[in-house]
Design a protein around this ligand. Structure first.
Ligand SMILES: [Zn+2]
Length: 218
């Protein structure tokens, strides 16, 4: 039997009641403010729910998702979310999270035409083209997952050089950025070794992370 819209409300009522039963005052505590330490920038894919796979509750992670977890400098949506998280919420860690079997990344790799999203996916094709020799150095069936990882590292760099992060680090704010990938086939998060805690850490991270990632697939 498939889930209906009505079921969603039924589930919601049951969930809220269960939360209130086991944690009295949970929602009235949340009502006052949110103080998440974490920001998650991930793919819109329904198989990658940020809270569930990290065991975080409402109020604990500020989330921005788009197709293939891309950070584009002209994307006011993503940058506004990042600025709010960094300047107002003072999050301490931001993770950029890709996932294996990502439809957006696979479309970019294969040059598939989808529609409007082609223009968005073009950003991932730029990553593909930048790393063409590394992609060609591994078996064809591994290239999709390799491009997922490479895309995460490139998006971490895009985030690091955004005005929001440059200004935050210049002020001495303690905020770290990380690059992770999630396995929809095993439910596990992988740390891609792409953590950065300041502007000067970008370049050493980049070279080390790319080398480590490519070695993993050879
Ligand atoms: Zn995806």
């Amino acid at each position: 039997m498939s889930t209906t819209i009505k079921d969603l409300f039924t589930h919601n009522r049951a969930w809220a009641a269960e939360m209130e039963r086991t944690r009295p005052g949970f929602f009235s505590g949340l009502e006052k403010q949110q103080t998440p330490k974490f920001m998650w920038i991930g793919c819109s894919d329904s198989r990658v729910p940020a809270n569930q796979i990290t065991g975080l509750e409402p109020g604990e992670v500020f989330v921005h998702r788009n197709v293939a977890n891309v950070i584009v400098h002209s994307d006011l949506n993503a940058l506004s979310a990042v600025q709010f998280a960094v300047d107002m919420l003072k999050v301490e860690d931001i993770m950029v999270v890709g996932h294996y079997r990502c439809g957006g990344v696979i479309a970019a790799l294969e040059g598939a035409r989808i529609g409007v999203a082609d223009n968005w996916i073009r950003h991932i094709q730029d990553v593909r083209d930048r790393h063409r020799s590394q992609l060609e150095s591994v078996a064809p069936d591994k290239r999709g997952d390799l491009l997922v990882d490479l895309n995460v590292v490139e998006q971490v760099v895009n985030l690091c050089v955004s005005t929001v992060m440059v200004d935050a680090w210049a002020k001495g704010q303690k905020v770290r950025i990380h690059g992770w990938a999630f396995g929809v086939h095993d439910g596990l998060l992988q740390d891609l070794g792409a953590s950065v805690d300041g502007t000067e850490a970008i370049e050493p991270m980049y070279n080390r992370a790319i080398d480590g990632i490519v070695a993993k697939y050879r």
